[in-house]
Design a protein around this ligand. Structure first.
Ligand SMILES: Cc1cc2nc3c(=O)[nH]c(=O)nc-3n(C[C@H](O)[C@H](O)[C@H](O)COP(=O)(O)O)c2cc1C
Length: 224
């Protein structure tokens, strides 16, 4: 009988930011693989992502609430500050797929939806996994934005080259979920991902008093 390997991400709090690209379906596989490594995965879906995949899929795969909207009424077990509380607790943010639009919002410092606002709040390392059409990827604006993210200290993984869903060939494929998981596990195998080249974090803030209630199993009304 072969022994099952030990989970490598036990106790790690990950935010999985999912953008509205065709590769969003692969983010479900990524969420599943991260959960199997016993990471606490909070998925945050953009409006665009919800055209491709549903919050229910991520809740079923991670056993945790999927966050989708910034403004909502307070419910038991929920937070009124979904752009702050998860951000303060996170050990790592993974953006997969990171769309051209999401990359641009982050590079510009825009806080126009839950995910982009949360990205300004986090102080933990950020792993950006772009996926898009090759011409979108090669556009000078996207390349400039990527350089800006690298300048922030974020790590960029991919995109991979190959056949794209749109029928073109070139750089633009989301790096395979298994490779993303290996990258994350390797980073955490060090003392902290902050110690790994390419993963830089800023000074983390604290926030006393308020309830931090976004964690835990879905309580029925998962989707906003
Ligand atoms: C079928 C389809 C596939 C798309 N795939 C991608 C993609 O892979 N990458 C990308 O950057 N944009 C893609 N887009 C465009 C994004 O959905 C669009 O830019 C959207 O505003 C992204 O929003 P978000 O970044 O907030 O999720 C696609 C659009 C459609 C209709």
């Amino acid at each position: 009988m072969t022994e099952s390997p030990l989970p490598r991400l036990e106790g790690k709090r990950l935010i999985l930011g999912v953008g509205g690209g065709i590769a969003a379906y692969k983010a479900c596989d990524l969420a599943s693989k991260l959960a199997k490594e016993k990471a606490q995965v909070t998925a945050v879906l953009t409006k665009g992502a919800r055209r491709f995949v549903t919050p229910f899929a991520f809740e079923a795969l991670t056993g945790r609430l999927c966050l989708t909207r910034q403004f909502k009424r307070l419910e038991p077990g929920r937070t009124a500050y979904p752009h702050i509380d998860p951000a303060l607790e996170a050990d790592l943010v993974i953006l997969a797929p990171a769309t051209a639009n999401l990359i641009a919002r982050l590079a510009a410092g825009l806080a126009v939806d839950l995910l982009s606002t949360l990205l300004l709040t986090v102080r933990c390392p950020v792993l950006v996994c772009p996926a898009m059409n090759v011409q979108m990827w090669e556009h000078p604006a996207t390349q400039r934005n990527i350089r800006t993210l690298v300048g922030f200290g974020h790590r960029v993984l991919g995109p991979a080259k190959g056949d794209l869903a749109c029928g073109m060939t070139g750089a633009g494929r989301l790096v395979e979920p298994a490779e993303i998981v290996e990258t994350v596990c390797r980073a955490f195998a060090e003392t902290s991902p902050r110690a790994v080249p390419g993963f830089k974090a800023r000074e983390r803030g604290t926030r006393g008093g308020r309830a931090k209630k976004h964690r835990g199993k879905p309580k029925g009304k998962g989707e906003d």
